[in-house]
Write a protein that binds this ligand. Sequence first.
Ligand SMILES: Nc1[nH]c(=O)nc2c1ncn2[C@H]1C[C@H](O)[C@@H](COP(=O)(O)OP(=O)(O)OP(=O)(O)O)O1
Length: 165
Amino acid sequence: MYVRKVYTLVFLREDSRLLLGLKKRGFGINKWNGFGGKLEPEETVIDAAARELKEECCINAKASDLKHIGNLEFTFEGESTLMDVKVFTSKIFNGEPQETDEMRPRWFNIDALPFEEMWPDDRIWFPYMLNSKLFFAQFHYKGFDSILKYNIVELHSVQDLYKNH
Ligand SMILES: Nc1[nH]c(=O)nc2c1ncn2[C@H]1C[C@H](O)[C@@H](COP(=O)(O)OP(=O)(O)OP(=O)(O)O)O1
């Protein structure tokens, strides 16, 4: 049995650009990723997503403007934790991204994303996100660099995002 821990992950889109942040500390340090983290006690997933976005790059987005587009599950060989990552996107937000203690934000053209400096799984599930497909994916890692096995499926309705477990 795994111990499930929920995380949020938010990507902002503006025309053909995607906002990523270079993680400056903690889990995934030195990788480009969306903005997110753990839930606070009593917090809903969507409120946590909006809060983490604000904390990590100073952008305000209404929780209701964040679209839940996918679920990612990560397990690690020899470990009992399952990271349950809820992925959101939004085209509606306020403010200019600012660097914080945790993240250095930068806009990337979606044709020139820095996959070499991202989580290896991102190459697999980003095409779903970039093509506006809902998805569920599971990745089993050895360490943090090597994917031993994975599974990804397209979902056909938002309700399916809540049926996986
Ligand atoms: N394999 C992976 N691929 C990916 O694209 N995003 C991942 C990932 N594994 C984790 N993430 C995301 C989920 C979440 O947004 C973030 C990790 O959360 P946190 O920043 O909260 O972690 P930390 O341990 O640094 O937390 P704090 O110590 O509370 O700052 O990385």
